[in-house]
Design a binder for this molecule. Sequence first.
Ligand code: FCB
Length: 438
Amino acid sequence: MNLEPPDRNTFNPARNGAHSQKTNGALHFPKGFLWGTAVSATQVEGHVTNEWTDFVAPDGKHCRRACDHYHRYREDIDWMRKLGVNAYRVGIEWSRLQSGPNQPLDPVQLAHYREVLACLRAAGITPMVVLHHFSNPLWVCRSGGWTNPQTVSAFENYVSQLVPALRDRVRIWNTFNEPDTYASCSYLLGEFPPFQKGRLSSFRAVIDHMAIAHRRACELIRQAGSELGPVEVGFSKNWTFFEPLRPWFPWDWFMARSTDRLFNRWVMDTFLRDGRNDAATFQGLNYYGRVRFLHGQSLVPARGRSRHSLAKLGVHCDDMFERHPEGLETVLHELRRRPALPVYITEHGSACDDESFRIADLQSNLKMLHRAIDRGADVRGFFYWSLLDNFEWQFGYTKKFGLLSVDFDHPQLPRRMKPLAEIFRLACTENRVPLHGK
Ligand code: FCB
């Protein structure tokens, strides 16, 4: 097989002397570092027909219009230009492109995405394109989704058509977003379609099939190459730390350990087993923080506790998870051992109405990221989740991760920069993070 050679060495800060530095009260990031924002199709585009279309979240809302990014992408690219980002992690929605197994791609939808990618290029923004982010065409869902091994070949067929059609527009591909979250929310926790609970064998089948499909997609992408330069490809693992709040409570210790084993270690091992990740050139990491357990319950606001009551226990959360910036350095260390590929932080962000909390959180995480790079981690970019407040899956529009707010009650869905966006803009435009205030 004729694979495009991997580009693992062209930008290794440790190797080319472009070390991150700490000068003049600022943390400088390596030259050529990618600073981007991230979105996914179902969460921002609107007008999608997939398994989420009929889902109504507890806030009574659905994803049918979302941020209308599908029509407003030019405006959103202008916002990104104002933010000064040089990269954008964006999804292509499979359900728009293929009406059935092995069907040709819809030329109108393909032209749409080609246009979005051309506009990004004109704005000097490098796209990282995500192939699978928590959604599927309905015909895939009807035949059992990713529990069905045939979905692997269906996906392979899709990728084999899509990638060559975009080789003049895309150089960096992200195969799967958080297979771990997708499989657990869909088959263990009953929070994502098809809303099944406790189906461990389905969870395992989904991960197995996605790992095989990941390898095939990497091979196809490397074979196709890109007109824009050496192709890069990898999947994104969510890494959450699971710990007992009181280490001496055996049940909490057991829950934390078994969740970590299944969600982090087993998923990672499955993707690395039998050379399944050998064709990848990078490892994507989505990092939000930590979940701790007390009396068998996870200490997260999303499970009905208030941020305030959790803070009293010493658990400092945004609206979703406990913040744990030190963990970012720890996991980057872990990844240096396996799979030892260059890393992109493909998602990091926080959601809450308190912008000073979010600013402090971003600064602490970037500080940890900088420290990890300084100690030898080969990290090549950071994508903030998210560009816009958007449809946060099972929570509807209640979790606000955006650098920009969206007024969902207004027919024009106007966007506005939040204070955090200014801090992020400085990092993007100056490739450094000021130390003051921390
Ligand atoms: C990640 C998902 C992303 C978004 C953020 C908050 O797990 O990949 O779509 O939901 O969490």
